[in-house]
Design a protein around this ligand. Sequence first.
Ligand code: CAA
Ligand code: NAD
Length: 306
Amino acid sequence: MNKLSVLKRAFSSSTSLNAVKTVTVVGGGLMGSGIAQVAAQAGQNVTIVDLQPELLEKAQKSIQNNLTRVAKKVHKDDAAKVEGFVKESFSRIKVSTNIEDGVNADLIIEAIVEKLDVKQELFNKLDLLAPEHTILASNTSSISINEIGAGIKRKDRFGGLHFFNPVPIMRLLEVIKGDHISEETYQTMMAWGKSVGKTCITCKDTPGFVVNRLLGPYSAEALRMYERGDASARDIDTAMKLGAGYPMGPLELADFTGLDNKKAILAVMLDKTGHTAFRPVAILDRLVGQGKLGRKSGEGIYKYDK
Ligand code: CAA
Ligand code: NAD
């Protein structure tokens, strides 16, 4: 299925939604804004909660731009339809800095910083505040779903929904089954993933799930190769694009997903697997220490226009 048919599937599914009609996304960064966008595109009412008002503003701008990109692809030259689609989808999205404004939802997806204690604190709070029927989910890249949900009571209504960046374009959703998830919750998550146009795969609560378990060593070795000076960053990226057919080279991809995120994933993976492929990479630590986080901060391995 090509990118256009995925987008079309997301639109057509908006008329046959499953039980999930209201979604809250906690964390309006790179991933949270994309998740909010695909849910709104599919006809669901969405609230984005973030700590900082300026990040919510940035998320709204980025969603509006990306909705326009999507609408232009689907409605081509029909300017009225493009405008109508963007307006309608965007009107379904509310933002708030107060978590209490987001607790009344059928599904709450967490997309905040990749730190176990911060995620646990959030889920413990959501468990207390959200209505009985609400399903809680984490978009974690690597942290154990069982550990994130260790302190909550509704363990049967909790799981992982792991999206890929950029969310509106990447077709996959990994649905992660923790030890206590009920069959009903799992089926609802699978149906919801389909309703937002994704192809869902299922994975156990294993470090890095499928994609990051495989992508992690590849990405870390590319960074080490660059650090050793085996080849330039551009040549490493060109090699993997033209020699292996990847849409982005590994260093471009690391900048794209965020170097802070990459560092956090490698640390979790090393801790959980003990595998040396995930050992720290000095250049990654140095860049993150300098606030060079990749595209989102304007500089990482490469420099970007703001
Ligand atoms: N929203 C809407 N549309 C978008 C978009 C977004 N955020 N980003 C790109 N697009 C659209 C563009 O408008 C463009 O549309 P047209 O073809 O109509 O012009 C189309 O997608 C392709 O984009 P570009 O022409 O800008 O560039 P491209 O062809 O190189 O594609 C890409 C961009 C889709 C990001 C591609 O480079 C790619 O697939 N890269 C690899 C991404 C990847 O591997 N992601 C997974 C990372 S791992 C992860 O996410 C998990 C984790 O836990 C860290
Ligand atoms: P990001 O830094 O772009 O955004 C995180 C957002 O969360 C920020 O806007 C921050 O202000 C907000 N935040 C932090 N703590 C919060 C709290 N307690 N309450 C509300 N908001 C809070 O990060 P991201 O790249 O979007 O990653 C978010 C999550 O998604 C991480 O767990 C990451 O591992 C995962 N993930 C990332 C990618 C990727 O490519 N970047 C892909 C898949 C999954």
